[in-house]
Design a protein around this ligand. Structure first.
Ligand code: ADP
Length: 488
């Protein structure tokens, strides 16, 4: 594993603090490397600003630019197992989940290669006979991409691919805990022939290196995935600079089991929606609303499933939950469960650190099901980002919609119902950027993703995803050969 960082098209020792990447399952060291320094930031941004302007990238034919992304996609596919293993070492995700993320990164690179090849300008409706107008899409320039630790390869590709496809350069700062995948991606882009300077990867502290990147005058857009507080802070910086942002932030997503749901399917879907990735997903379905007539049976079955989930070493086949990213994060999850106890919650399953000795060096926490809390309790309102599900009964649809929307976030929601009229009616009333009906946590690169309310601004993915990294230039072409008579 590399101990160098990728700055301005070159591999070099970072000039910043020592960083240690650890395997969350047992605390062992994956790699030690020096973080980027402020000088590295300056070098990376200056090189990026020079690189996107030169014809070797923005002036290339779209299919030639796309070729680099197609090659990256092929390189990723050829290395799925290695990349998944690295992702698992870096953040502790079970291998099977890590493989899914790697495959999605390959698909994202392909999708935006195709978007690059097929990108069209616009010929706006023509109303004048003396001129016509065209509107073309142009790059923004240097893009700051700031990513979190929970799904590095997927969230990084979701920013790098559309930004490069749009003719920009990218300065990426991965999360402190997970620098390795981002550096590996830089290697693959280099191997695929990306011209120097168009991508730099600068591991380092968010408050120092991330902050320096986004504040740099030559950075023309901030694309961020992470916590809502950090996102709000970055939005202030962007407002001062008058630049755009794409912000993918937190969530406290409701999932709803309607009285006509297929209970078997719903319960398994709910468990997957919250407990996969040990709940460390912005889209985790962490608030469960169950129609009162089904409540007791649903809770009983969900409790049994939750108690039977296998928590274990992420490289062991067949486990459901690996460790949390760090002991500090595990302690924060445990503190929320303590708070639930104090607020009168009933811990139906989990609620503690597992006691098996082979897990004692890792930051594991048991999947936890809580009910008996009021909806304004802390655990119902705040994002925990761990394997903690809180359940509440509801009686009628109006009450349900009121409760489901009574939260600062609006990232996603799930509805389990056999009645599609009911499900679609409910979906239209929920304040959420994504609503899954009779499924959960499924993704398609061609479908826009983003949040309502405190869950974010802007959308990633989809055909419009490339436009998020471009600006329109409108051209007026005069058709009338006679001089303007205004000054006669
Ligand atoms: P999390 O709680 O998931 O770590 P954060 O929002 O703190 O969420 O972190 C997400 C990413 O944002 C990380 O790469 C982190 O280093 C970066 N980050 C944190 N603070 C800042 C900042 N002030 N400026 C730029 N990036 C930051």
């Amino acid at each position: 594993m590399t101990d160098k960082i990728f700055v301005a098209g070159e591999w070099r020792e970072g000039r910043g603090d020592l960083m240690v990447s650890r395997f969350p399952a047992d605390g062992s060291i994956n790699a030690e490397l020096n973080a980027a320094s402020l000088e590295d930031v300056e070098d990376a941004v200056q090189a990026a600003d020079a690189a996107w302007r030169v014809p070797c990238w923005r002036g290339r034919q779209p299919h030639e630019r796309a070729e680099v992304l197609y090659r990256v996609s092929d390189l990723i596919k050829a290395r799925v197992d290695d990349l998944a293993a690295l992702q698992t070492r870096d953040n502790g995700k079970p291998l099977a989940e890590a493989r899914g993320l790697v495959a999605s990164a390959a698909a994202t690179a392909r999708y935006f290669a195709a978007a690059c090849e097929t990108l069209e300008g616009e010929l706006p409706t023509q109303r004048n006979s003396d001129f016509m107008t065209l509107s073309q899409y142009e790059p923004l320039g240097v893009i700051a991409a700031i990513t979190p630790w929970n799904s590095p390869i997927a969230s990084e590709m979701q920013k790098i691919a559309p930004a490069l496809a749009g003719g920009n350069a990218v300065v990426l700062k991965p999360a402190e805990a997970t620098p390795l995948l981002a550096l590996k991606l830089a290697e693959l882009f280099e191997e695929a022939g990306l011209p120097k300077g168009l991508l730099s990867v600068l591991p380092g502290r968010g408050s120092v290196i991330g902050e320096a990147i986004v504040r740099h005058p030559k950075v023309r857009k901030i694309s961020f995935t992470g916590g809502t507080n950090t996102g709000r802070h970055l939005a202030h910086i962007a407002a001062d600079k008058l630049i755009g942002t794409s912000l993918e932030l937190g969530g406290k997503s409701p999932t709803i089991i309607c009285e006509d749901a297929d209970l078997e399917q719903a319960i398994k879907g709910v468990a997957y929606g919250i407990f996969s990735s040990a709940g460390q997903a912005c889209i985790a379905g962490s608030r469960l609303f169950i129609q009162r007539r089904l409540y007791d049976e649903a809770i009983e079955r969900l409790t049994a499933i939750t108690r039977n989930l296998r928590v274990g070493h992420p490289e062991t086949p067949g486990i459901h939950l690996g460790p949390l990213i760090s002991e500090r994060h595990r302690d924060s999850v445990a503190a929320y469960v303590e708070r639930a106890r104090e607020e009168g919650g009933n811990i139906r399953a989990g609620g503690r650190i597992p006691d098996s000795p082979e897990l004692s060096n890792g930051s594991f926490y048991l999947p936890t099901l809580i009910d008996g809390l009021a909806h304004d309790s802390t655990v119902c309102q705040e994002e925990i980002f761990g394997p903690v599900l809180v359940a509440l009964p509801y009686d009628d649809e109006d009450e349900l919609v009121g409760l489901a929307n009574d939260n600062a976030y609006g990232l996603a929601a799930g509805i389990w119902s056999r009645d599609y009229q009911r499900a679609l009616r409910l979906a239209s009333k929920l304040e959420a950027g994504t609503v899954w009906i009779n499924t959960y946590k499924k993704f398609s690169i061609s479908t826009p993703f983003g949040g309502y309310k405190d869950s974010g601004l802007g959308r990633e993915k989809g055909r419009q995803g490339i436009h998020a990294y471009m600006q329109q230039k409108s051209l007026y072409l005069g058709l009338d050969a006679t001089p303007m008579n205004w000054c006669d």
